[in-house]
Design a protein around this ligand. Structure first.
Ligand SMILES: Cc1ncc(COP(=O)(O)O)c(C=O)c1O
Length: 392
């Protein structure tokens, strides 16, 4: 089937967080896509809306089966039904888990640069962020395992939040790396919370490894958050699942989600994952092809046309991480300049910590929009550098 990823959908004046910007601006920051979701999902939601009764809702057997079958088929991981708990989102789950499994003043370790909302979930609950900074050698990111162990071995450290695959750098963590993380966390009695929301957006031919599938150790000492929302563009429906294989831990997490009132679905949150995982496969594969064509197009354009910026290659997510360390000034200044000069709205690498000198660009939009964004970037770079010559 041919899906229309080139078609642009006008999202202005729809209460879209991304598109609530000034006229002429081009938002390529927040991680949601500008594509309509898979036809099968729209159909199921429309059918449900047409019935017209929107009472209190629970998840049905089909919801569990949809997650189980998808993970078995797509990710070669067998999830038992009882391991799965509904949650209204990955972020609500993370915040609730932080509150439930750690105490005020304890450390939560993260690998920076990383999805910035992790910091809110930690800091807003009175816990400390302990950063283990990823190393970038100009072509790939890697974990400094000695540094990670030092942070994990602090007796005040009780939780490690992993982003697998990793936003913003687009890295799929290798099985050996995950195994090593699992060993280090167990050795130092640190629980692992693996956020796997980006796992279905991988380069065609590339597969991610679920953290809990790596070893018995990783399975029992982890909580995993998954959702169809990134891959199928359903974030506004607020739907996710938490996988907790260990019975004792699951009871605890489940109580936390319940007391935080994030454990019950709205009507659409209950059915959208079923529709996505049962009829969205073909659409998703086609989307992944389109996204990697967008990535190839953007990488080539930047290499050819934009001096001073180089794209970081990635096997996951629809986010392009741009190395702008050769530009003058800070990436915060540069990011503001690009927006005010050309209307192109990107994310500043500093938001993710350890991201000074980098910018993040969302490529999940029609090719024409990617082209428009890149042209604006090119013009901004030229204008910024001639201004910088005078000012810096
Ligand atoms: C790594 C990561 N986790 C979680 C989320 C958001 O999850 P949710 O919308 O389910 O709260 C995002 C959104 O960009 C993300 O990148």
């Amino acid at each position: 089937m041919d899906f229309q990823f080139d078609e642009s959908v006008d999202r202005r004046n729809t209460g879209s967080m991304k598109w609530d910007v000034a006229k002429g601006e081009l938002p390529m920051w927040v991680a949601d896509m500008d594509f309509r979701t898979a036809p099968g999902i729209i159909e199921k939601i429309t059918e449900r809306a047409t019935q017209g009764v929107f009472g209190y809702t629970v998840v049905t057997d089909e919801w569990y089966q949809a997650y189980q079958t998808w993970w078995k088929k797509r990710h070669d991981f067998e999830i038992r039904k009882e391991w799965l708990v509904f949650c209204t989102g990955v972020v609500p789950a993370i915040s609730s888990i932080v509150r439930k499994v750690t105490t005020v003043g304890e450390n939560v370790v993260v690998l920076t640069p990383v999805y910035n909302i992790f910091f809110n979930s930690i800091l807003n609950n009175g816990r400390n962020v302990l950063e283990s900074r990823l190393k970038y050698d100009g072509s790939r990111y890697r974990i400094d395992l000695d540094d990670l162990e030092e942070k994990l071995s602090d007796p005040q450290t009780t939780l490690f939040i992993l982003c697998n695959p990793h936003n913003p750098v687009g890295k799929i963590w290798e099985r050996e790396t995950l195994e090593r993380i699992g060993d280090l966390c167990s050795k130092h009695h640190v629980l692992v919370l693996s956020d796997e929301i980006h796992c279905d957006i991988t380069e065609p031919g590339w597969e991610y490894t679920p953290f809990a599938s790596v070893s018995e150790n990783c399975r029992t000492n982890s909580i995993t958050c998954v959702a169809p929302t990134k891959a199928f563009n359903l974030a506004g429906l607020q739907t996710a699942a938490v996988i907790v294989p260990d019975d004792h831990l699951r009871h605890k997490v489940s109580r936390g989600l319940n007391t935080d009132e994030v454990a019950e679905p709205n009507v659409f949150a209950a059915i959208a994952p079923i529709a996505a995982f049962t009829c969205g496969g073909e659409w998703l594969d086609s989307l992944r092809n389109y996204l990697w064509e967008n990535r190839a197009f953007a990488e080539e354009y930047i290499k050819k046309e934009i001096k001073g910026i180089s794209p970081v290659s990635a096997r996951a997510t629809y986010l392009l991480w741009l190395d702008c360390r050769n530009m003058s000034g800070s990436s915060t200044q540069f990011c503001h300049f690009i927006r005010s000069h050309s209307g192109l709205y990107l994310s500043d690498g500093n938001e993710y910590r350890n991201g000074e000198g980098f910018l993040r660009m969302n490529l999940a939009c029609p090719r024409q929009q990617v082209e428009d964004g890149l042209k604006r970037l090119k013009e901004s770079v030229a204008a910024y550098e001639s201004l910088a010559e005078k000012q810096f």
